[in-house]
Design a protein around this ligand. Structure first.
Ligand code: HEC
Ligand code: HEC
Length: 285
């Protein structure tokens, strides 16, 4: 018997429950789930950029101190498997951990010059901070609105060295609310709500926003991996059951190599289990 077969039973159960959840969900929840969950595809982000692993900070900054964000972790960690049925109660702070923190760090200051601080950009979206130095309120609020459009565009389209993120309107709203708090914007405009997100969507956000920075979806046919320790996402769930996967995903599982991959202690067990679930239910292509 394969060690992770009990997890597959859970997966089957979760699939039925997710289908049920889709039927009974409220209109607001339906809207938040409207972006379709899809398999991870293509090379890792550092491969895409042609950056050797050891010459880049991409994907590693989130695991470095200081740990400002950890005191703010909002959603109570789900226990006892209820998350499989109900999904996760996700705050903007959580979405930030899944999709931004790996590069921009807990404090949003990144690792200049490669990763520019995002907090400065977020502060330009504040009408209040745009005022002063003789700038009229009306001009300031026009500038702030334009700056916010640029920020939204940056998230949706990415940048020369930053991946694009396909967030739903609700996900973007709570993320912007968290960014305002992270950057200490004095006149925040976004709803700092809790969003109920299905398990597969949470797993997808984590894999695409964190793991795929370094790990390709699949082994590249005919092209030997530049760094063989960076196994593709497709083999992770077939070579490790979910428990060992948690340690491996925190890069603490193999003493001989530990220390090369980032120690992703800021992702909770249930969140990494959601990533495992997603990789199993949506095999990388
Ligand atoms: C794979 C790493 C990576 C991830 C993940 C990432 N970014 Fe970035 N980001 C970068 C890099 C590198 C730059 C600077 C280079 C560039 O412009 O592409 C940047 C630049 C930015 C800037 C512009 C900074 C400036 O001074 O112009 C903003 C704003 C930003 N990121 C926001 C975000 C948000 C919000 C998220 C999460 C939804 C995110 N980033 C996720 C790598 C990343
Ligand atoms: C900054 C790059 C980076 C990021 C981001 C990253 N990894 Fe890794 N990963 C590595 C490196 C380097 C190794 C090999 C060394 C080690 O295991 O520490 C590795 C090894 C692994 C292994 C062990 C594979 C094996 O069988 O030897 C697994 C599983 C894994 N990563 C999963 C994940 C998951 C899941 C995520 C996202 C939550 C993730 N990684 C994010 C760099 C990264």
């Amino acid at each position: 018997m394969r060690p992770n077969s009990s997890f597959h039973v859970l997966l089957g159960m979760a699939g039925r429950l997710l289908a049920l959840a889709a039927v009974v969900s409220t209109p607001a929840a339906a809207a938040s789930a409207s972006a379709e969950t899809t398999s991870a595809t293509g090379p890792s982000w550092i491969e895409h950029l042609g950056r050797p692993y050891d010459a880049s900070a991409l994907g590693r900054v989130g695991a470095l101190g200081p740990e400002q964000q950890d005191a703010l972790l909002q959603a109570p960690a789900p226990t006892g498997g209820t998350w499989l049925r109900e999904g996760f109660a996700v705050r903007g702070a959580d979405l930030y951990r899944f999709t931004c923190r790996a590069c921009h760090g807990a404090a949003g200051v990144g690792s200049p010059p490669e990763i520019r601080p995002l907090v400065d950009v977020v502060r330009t979206t504040s009408g209040e901070l745009q005022q002063g130095g003789g700038t009229a309120a009306e001009v300031a609020s026009r500038r702030a609105a334009a700056a916010e459009q640029l920020l939204r565009h940056r998230i949706a389209e990415g940048g020369p060295a930053m991946p694009a993120f396909d967030l739903t309107a609700d996900e973007e709203e709570i993320l912007l609310a968290y960014l305002e708090r992270l950057a200490s914007v004095p006149d925040p405009r976004h709803r700092d709500d809790t969003l109920q997100m299905p398990v597969d969507r949470v797993g997808e956000r984590i894999v695409k926003g964190t793991c795929q920075i370094c790990h390709a979806a699949r082994a590249q046919a005919g092209r030997p991996a530049k760094d063989p320790s960076l196994v593709p996402l497709e083999t992770m769930t077939s070579t490790a059951a979910v428990r060992p996967f948690l340690a491996l995903a925190r890069h603490q599982g193999k003493p001989s190599r530990a220390g090369r991959g980032p120690q992703l202690t800021y992702l909770r067990d249930a969140e990494l289990e959601a990533a495992y679930f997603y990789l199993t239910a949506y095999p990388p292509k």
